[in-house]
Design a protein. Structure first.
Length: 319
C-alpha cells in the first residue's frame, strides 16, 4: 500500500468520524431534529433558567419538538432578567417562565391588583407581554409558588409557625437563597417589608444549590419552591403565610414565553405544530408529575434531558 493511499484512507476515516460526531452532537439538548415532521427542520433556540424544574421543562419542550421535526437547541440562562432580555432581543426563541414572576417582576404589577382567577391573571400577562414583542402560550397545570422553609430544629427552638413568627426569630437565623431572590420585589425585600424579616446572615448560592447550606448545617431557613422534592426529604417545615402577602394570590404556573417576530416568521403549519406540541407537553406537567422528575435530577443525579424524554415516552407525547 503506498503512502499516498494510506493518507487517503486516513482522510476518509477522519471525515467519517467527524460526521458521526456531528450526528451525536444533535442529541441531548442540542437536537438537530429532522425534516420529516411538520417542523421541517426549523431551528428553535430554547433556554432554561438554571434550576432543575426549568431544566426539565425546557428539555421536554426540546425533545417533543425534535420528535415533530424541529431542530431545537437548549442553553441555560441564570435568571429571569437575563432570559427575558434574551427573548426580547431575539437571542433565544422560547423559554419557560412563571406567571407570578412576569406579573410582579417583568410587568411590575402590584400583587393587590391581580385578578382572583389564575386564567384572568394569565390574560393580563398575555396582553402585557404582547406589548413587548412577546407571545405567551398557555400554561401548564402545576403551580409553583414561593415558600420559606426552616429546619425542624429552628422551628422548635424559636417557636416558628408563620412568616410573622419568622420575622421575630430571624435575627437569630441564617437564610439560604439565590442572588435574584435577594433583590426581587416579591422576594426577600417583601419578607422584610411585610413580615419584619431581618436574617442574621444570608448564604447566597446558585439557585440550584439553595438546599446545600441546609444540608451542610450552615443555614436555618431556605427560599423554597412549592414543587421542591427536598421539602419532603430534609427535616424542613414550610412556614404559613399568615398575612397572605408573600404568595399574594398570584399564580405561579409555568408557561412558554416566545419571541413574536420569530413565531410569526414560521410557516402556518410550523406555528400550529409548535403550539400544539408544547401544549401537549404542558398538559402532562401536573404537580404530581413534576415532583418525581425533579427528584430524579436532584437526588439521583440523572441528566434532565434523559428524565424529560423518559417522561414524554411514558405519557405518550412522543413515540
Amino acid at each position: 500500500m503506498t503512502s499516498r493511499f494510506r493518507r487517503l484512507l486516513a482522510a476518509v476515516a477522519a471525515a467519517t468520524l467527524a460526521a458521526g460526531l456531528l450526528v451525536a452532537a444533535g442529541c441531548g439538548g442540542d437536537d438537530e431534529g429532522g425534516s420529516g415532521g411538520a417542523g421541517d427542520g426549523a431551528a428553535v433556540r430554547i433556554a432554561d433558567k438554571g434550576f432543575s424544574e426549568s431544566f426539565i421543562v425546557a428539555q421536554a419542550y426540546a425533545a417533543a419538538l425534535a420528535d415533530r421535526g424541529f431542530a431545537p437547541q437548549v442553553r441555560s440562562l441564570g435568571s429571569t432578567e437575563i432570559a427575558i432580555q434574551a427573548v426580547e432581543r431575539g437571542e433565544i426563541d422560547v423559554y419557560p417562565e412563571y406567571e407570578g414572576t412576569v406579573f410582579l417582576n417583568v410587568l411590575g404589577r402590584d400583587a393587590d391588583a391581580a385578578p382572583d382567577e389564575p386564567d384572568a391573571q394569565f390574560e393580563e400577562i398575555r396582553a402585557g407581554l404582547a406589548g413587548r414583542g412577546l407571545t405567551a402560550l398557555p400554561p401548564a397545570p402545576f403551580n409553583n409558588g414561593n415558600e420559606v422553609a426552616c429546619t425542624r430544629e429552628a422551628v422548635d427552638r424559636y417557636d416558628i409557625t408563620t412568616l410573622s413568627d419568622l420575622g421575630e426569630a430571624s435575627p437569630n437565623l441564617v437564610y439560604s437563597a439565590n442572588a435574584e431572590h435577594l433583590t426581587r420585589p416579591d422576594g426577600l425585600p417583601l419578607l422584610r417589608r411585610q413580615y419584619g424579616v431581618n436574617f442574621k446572615d444570608v448564604r447566597t448560592v446558585d439557585i440550584s444549590l439553595r438546599y446545600k447550606p441546609i444540608e451542610d448545617g450552615q443555614a436555618d431557613c431556605v427560599y423554597a419552591f412549592g414543587t421542591d422534592p427536598k421539602l419532603g426529604q430534609l427535616p424542613l417545615v414550610v412556614l404559613e403565610d399568615d398575612k397572605g402577602a408573600y404568595s399574594a394570590g398570584v399564580s405561579f404556573r409555568t408557561f412558554p414565553v416566545v419571541n413574536t417576530a420569530w413565531y410569526e416568521g414560521l410557516t402556518e403549519e410550523q406555528r400550529t405544530e409548535l403550539t400544539d406540541t408544547i401544549a401537549a407537553v404542558n398538559e402532562q406537567l401536573t404537580a404530581d408529575a413534576i415532583r418525581p422528575l425533579i427528584a430524579r435530577v436532584e437526588f439521583d443525579q440523572e441528566d434532565p434531558d434523559v428524565v424529560a424524554e423518559d417522561f414524554l415516552r411514558e405519557t405518550g407525547v412522543i413515540g
